[in-house]
Design a protein around this ligand. Sequence first.
Ligand code: VGL
Ligand code: ZN
Length: 208
Amino acid sequence: MTDTLLLVDIQNDFLPGGALAVADGDAVVPVANRLMPLFSSVVASQDWHPADHLSFVDQHAGFKPFQVTEVDGLEQILWPAHCVQGSPGASFASALDIARIDYVVRKGENPRIDSYSAFYDNDHRHQTDLTDILRRLGTDRLFVMGLAADVCVKFTVMDALAEGFAVTLIVDGVRGVDMHEGDTEAAIQAMRAAGAECVNSTALVAQG
Ligand code: VGL
Ligand code: ZN
């Protein structure tokens, strides 16, 4: 049984003070640091957008942040510019123990399409290396935590299940954007309903 830990988008722009701050987002960093030594392999995804990415509200005249539009026929939430390639906001959280990360998977590099999932672009046509990496590692069960619970964590967990991995969501290791009240709780319920097991990191630490 090979367990792999996947850290989703634990980047400065998603922490308090960042461009797309998730409330209490920095709380996931000590959880990640505590869990990483328990896993033989750790993979981290990194939202990695060009400066003119079409998910950015500044690319759409007359729109406000968090409004919804269509890009190439696909619904697109317009986010504040965030995680621009090479910027400090795109870097992993400075308190994150990055020496423990074995593989980094970048996503959202195509300017025309968003990529919430660490596996696939939102149109499900282009795939990252994540499935290949996990298969090479012999991953049976993927433990997932990070940011944001109701966006990238949710899409990543749904794709992981569809790819055939058993998934455990580390509930105290996620925080959500909560664009609408209750989004995070609903996302956790949806992941559980789709087949993800839910645990707290304390249970994993106790097991060693
Ligand atoms: C994310 C919105 C836009 C995330 C990334 O990591 O959850 N959310 N890009
Ligand atoms: Zn993004």
